[in-house]
Design a protein around this ligand. Structure first.
Ligand code: ATP
Ligand code: MG
Length: 212
């Protein structure tokens, strides 16, 4: 079991806390806030332990999403724009998903696409990186939920930006056809690309109105 007691997360989203793996600075451990509070409740009396389990845990959703068709296919490019997945592990503060920790060209933890866009805007460099990312989505047909700039980080390969998805894999469960048919997957992915572009433009123009 990995001991995370007393360690500070390097980031926190709406659902999970992210830690640098104490034994490997290139791995990220994500503990869902829900699981963490559950673990803390284990010492609580039974009447306080009783709680609705309806909320679908983000780590479980992700585990399922990493087993999607596009990622179990033998495509050498399938990890190009995706943090690698190493499975679920036990930690002192609850179960964690272990993934590749993306770092930048200075070896710092990568910043998000959102931070990049707010700092530098739509530079030529990021336009090229976005084009490459979109081509990869179309060719790999990796299924994602809506792609939001804070769920993408700025990785590097040979001093060139390579965008990496770190959260938001999977597709809506009511769209099972996307999992079995390239035709439906293509349509679905095309729509995610369109929505990603409109989300970026919405971010860059002061977030007025509905981004969709
Ligand atoms: N593998 C990674 N490499 C580098 N940074 C990461 C990685 N995973 C997460 N992060 C950072 O941690 C933040 C939160 O992680 P993540 O998006 O997985 O949490 P979440 O709670 O599921 O998010 P949300 O609020 O979108 O539901 C990200 O926005 C990113 O800045
Ligand atoms: Mg997120």
């Amino acid at each position: 079991m990995i001991n995370l007691d007393g360690l500070q997360p390097f980031a926190q989203g709406g659902n999970r806390r992210c830690f640098v793996h104490p034994n490997n600075s290139y791995r990220c451990l994500k503990v869902s806030l829900e699981q963490q509070s559950k673990k803390a409740k284990q010492s609580a009396p039974w009447y306080k332990k009783f709680r609705s389990e309806e909320t679908f845990d983000d780590n479980l959703r992700e585990q399922k999403a990493y087993n999607q068709r596009a990622l179990i296919k033998d495509n050498p490019n399938r990890w190009k724009h995706l943090a690698k997945w190493y499975g679920m592990v036990e930690t002192s503060i609850g179960p964690a998903s272990e993934t590749e920790l993306i770092r930048d060209n200075q070896n710092n933890i990568a910043t998000t696409l959102e931070t990049y866009l707010f700092t530098y805007g739509k530079t030529d460099e990021i336009k090229i990186a976005l084009d490459e990312f979109e081509l990869w989505l179309r060719s790999s047909l990796v299924l994602t939920k809506n792609i939001i700039p804070h769920n993408i980080v700025i990785g590097y390969e040979n001093e060139k930006i390579v965008l990496k998805i770190i959260d938001g894999l999977g597709s809506k469960s009511y769209l099972p056809l996307t999992q079995v048919s390239d035709f439906f997957a293509r349509r679905y992915v095309e729509r995610r690309i369109q929505l990603m572009q409109s989300r970026i433009n919405w971010d860059l123009t002061g977030r007025k109105g509905d981004w969709k």
